[in-house]
Design a protein around this ligand. Structure first.
Ligand SMILES: [Zn+2]
Length: 55
């Protein structure tokens, strides 16, 4: 059976399991996946958010 993985940010879909370059993040009860390029953006955003929490 073919499964695919979709980026929750830009909607990019790849067949099969997500590549190692993809990122998985749990937000509440949902598992979200981000492709390699969105992972970079997401990481930056997460870091920015974390930083603002500490301020
Ligand atoms: Zn993406």
């Amino acid at each position: 059976m073919a499964s695919s993985t979709t980026c929750d940010f830009c909607g990019t879909t790849v067949p099969g399991d997500p590549p190692l370059t993809w990122t998985a993040a749990v937000e509440g009860d949902r598992l979200r996946r981000f492709c390699d390029s969105c992972s970079r953006e997401h990481l930056r955003a997460m870091e920015a958010k974390l930083d603002s929490d500490f301020w």
